[in-house]
Design a binder for this molecule. Structure first.
Ligand SMILES: Nc1ncnc2c1ncn2[C@@H]1O[C@H](COP(=O)(O)OP(=O)(O)OP(=O)(O)O)[C@@H](O)[C@H]1O
Ligand SMILES: [Mg+2]
Length: 389
């Protein structure tokens, strides 16, 4: 069965249009007709075709001018010119102007059919090439993003590791200073309250830095990633428990749609807990009073699906691409690290799962995680690099 092709036949001779279109229709060619160039252009505006077959010699706009206008406005359409015997030079001019080919009248039907088919093949080939180029471009962009994220991740986790020790020293020293400052003999120290204020600031700063390193290192220190039977409903409850106070305070309703799992899941419960906590915390932060957070757990082909839905503020489309990048946050300075989703995605990738985000600004967001029923323990490259000495 030959592929259907749609053409426009333009000729000022009624009988020619009538007979040729009737005969072409019998050959899986869908034919529209026009009596002159102007009518042809009007038709193309409303009704796209793949190939135009046009007479060159027509009153008003001739075929060469029609070809020019088609190439200008519809570059994907292929044009076949029909020239008179004595005017074959028109055909040559047409080819220069971008025509697919020209045939001299009187036209032999088989010849015309074969030219139309060749033009159709050229169009389809060009379409395939374009699709392939687009696909390749998308893949390259995706790879660039993945590589960039991986590089950023390696750097960020390396920095976190290096900062952890000096941070512990600062924290310990601040505690020691506070202890000394609290002693009786220090009661008369000048500007004591200023010193206390400075210590407070140091401690708040250290806490914030610790949150950052904790997130990042939680993500890499699992060189010995576990693969144990995971009690997902319990982990969900635990994570909900950790945000309960804030949720109650904001008047957020928590809905559980937890279905019994068909088969147990073997994975790393500690890392899954961190994923759940990050996603549920984000949902609570994004949802205002009277909102709702729904946690779904169910079996799917090959594993489980966990979904955290909220009726919160949503994520604007221009942020969607960035939310998994490290340090991207819309929270006030000092409130969010912007590492939650980055770490979450890293964990899910390593556990062999997937994570997807969907959102409608003003309506809410949905984060969907899938985990395989059993995850292969993979040595954590970053962690092993960091732990070599
Ligand atoms: N459920 C959600 N609803 C609306 N926006 C969200 C949601 N989850 C994430 N976001 C957006 O993605 C950004 C990045 O999230 P991520 O968890 O990585 O960092 P954070 O929440 O800002 O900081 P932290 O996790 O340290 O508290 C958030 O600042 C927010 O803009
Ligand atoms: Mg977060």
């Amino acid at each position: 069965m030959e592929e259907m092709i749609r053409i426009l036949l333009v000729d000022d001779e009624d009988s020619f249009r009538g007979t040729v279109s009737k005969r072409l229709s019998r050959r899986s060619i869908d034919v529209l007709t026009a009596a002159d160039g102007r009518e042809a252009l009007e038709l193309l505006d409303r009704d796209p075709v793949e190939v135009v077959v046009t007479d060159v010699k027509m009153p008003g706009m001739d075929g060469i001018e029609l070809l020019r206008q088609i190439k200008e406005n519809y570059p994907d359409i292929e044009v076949i010119l029909l020239t008179g015997h004595v005017a074959a030079s028109d055909g040559v001019e047409g080819i220069k102007g971008g025509a697919f080919d020209y045939l001299t009248k009187p036209v032999e039907l088989e010849h015309l059919v074969s030219k139309i088919r060749q033009a159709g093949e050229k169009i389809r080939w060009r379409r395939d090439q374009r699709k392939e180029a687009e696909f390749r471009k998308r893949m390259e962009q995706q790879m660039m993003i993945t590589e960039r994220l991986a590089a950023l991740g390696t750097m960020a986790t390396g920095v976190a590791h290096e900062i952890n020790n000096p941070l512990a020293i600062i924290r310990e020293s601040a505690g020691w200073m506070r202890l000394i400052l609290g002693k009786e003999e220090m009661a008369a120290v000048p500007r004591r309250s200023d010193l206390e204020l400075a210590l407070n600031k140091i401690e708040i700063g250290v806490e914030r830095a610790k949150r950052i390193t904790h997130q990042l290192l939680g993500f890499v220190q699992k060189d010995d990633a576990l693969s144990a039977e995971v009690d997902l409903p319990m982990l969900i409850e635990e994570s909900l428990g950790m945000v309960k106070r804030e949720a109650v305070h904001k008047g957020i309703e928590i809905v559980r749609d937890i279905q019994p799992l068909e088969k147990p899941v073997y994975s790393d419960p500690y890392q899954i807990r961190q994923v759940l906590l990050n996603l549920i915390t984000n949902a609570v932060h994004a949802t205002g009073g009277g909102g709702r957070i729904t946690v779904v757990l169910k079996s799917v082909q090959g594993g489980v699906l966990i979904q955290i839905r909220d009726t919160g503020e949503g994520i604007p489309p221009e942020h969607m691409r960035k939310i998994f990048e490290p340090f991207f946050t819309t929270k006030c300075p000092g409130k969010g690290t912007g590492l939650g989703l980055f770490v979450t995605r890293g964990i899910i990738d390593r556990l062999g799962g997937t994570i997807e985000a969907e959102s409608r600004p003003g309506e809410g967001s949905v984060f969907t995680v899938t985990l395989p029923r059993r995850h292969e323990i993979r040595k954590n490259d970053i962690a092993s690099e960091l732990n070599t000495c």
